[in-house]
Design a protein around this ligand. Sequence first.
Ligand code: FAD
Length: 323
Amino acid sequence: MSRNVLVLAEIRDGGIRSVTFEALGAARLAAEGGTVNVALLGAGVSVHESALREQGADRIYKVEHEALRHYTPDAYTQAFAALLKETAPDCVFMGHTAIGKDLAPRVAAKFGWGLISDVTDIALVDGELVFTRPIYAGKAFQKKKTTEAVVFATIRPNNIQVGKPDASRISETVDFKVEFTDLRSTVRHVVRQSLGRVDLAEAKIIVSGGRGVKSVDGFKPLEELADVLGAAVGASRGACDAGYCDYALQIGQTGKVVTPDLYIACGISGAIQHVAGMSNAKIIVAINKDPEAPIFKIADYGIVGDLFEIVPLLSNEFRSALI
Ligand code: FAD
């Protein structure tokens, strides 16, 4: 059964977020020979058309408008809802990101559709779409089919393989106009606290610190290791609560959910609420001076010892290996 799929392209810091390409891969699978449309919303977004085409878009609906330069719930809901009416999709995919988590339920509710959120895998089984998503804070996974007329899903970053770009693909671009009404909010400037590092949600490697780092300065060896590896820095709530780092770094049930290839947990005990945010990492390395720490139960590699000795040793080793 061929399907008509609509994917939201999400732009951040001047580039398309990789979760959009993951959603496009899922869309190509779900389309089964049908059409993959992409909603490209923003101001000055034409530069992104080729990347979307090469990753699987058949038709790009471009909505250029100053009101879409930065995300606002009002403007994006109006533009995306207009595109849903225009394209009449069978499936709608977007990232399970701050934008996707805000926009998807708004639009799904507006149309009276259900929503499958935080999807980590999509498969075709006997021609039906089966969605996998975590439940019980990541302790179990649920496989879901839906009988909804339109399947609406948000996709967790870093879980679905991005296909190889194909420069020979062709796509059509439609300049789609939206008449905005009653926009209640305008973003004038975005002032971002710059941590100057890789985005946690999309990082392939994360070096994370817990209460065991003991101070703000205690994070420095972890930051050094992260710099050597091109990694993001994360933290447990214990470290955030103690004031050693910003809450933006918190990973876990009430923080960010991450799925890197490599997660290095330093001085983190492995409380269930922390594990809920990182247990899907492909390889987990734990450094803890307590051999009984629960983090070792889920770690692929465990190092029992003082993080202040081990982390600098790792930095030196990786630095010389990577030269
Ligand atoms: P601790 O449990 O104190 O562990 C510190 C570890 O460091 C110990 O294992 C110790 O052996 C080790 N250590 C100490 N010194 C060294 C050293 N020099 N070298 C090596 N190891 C050392 N937590 C989260 O992380 N994320 C969440 O999203 C989250 N949400 C929560 C939601 C709720 C509703 C509740 C109730 C709790 C939540 N928590 C969350 C808190 C969670 O229960 C734990 O309290 C927290 O994860 C503990 O942080 P920690 O592992 O850094 O600290």
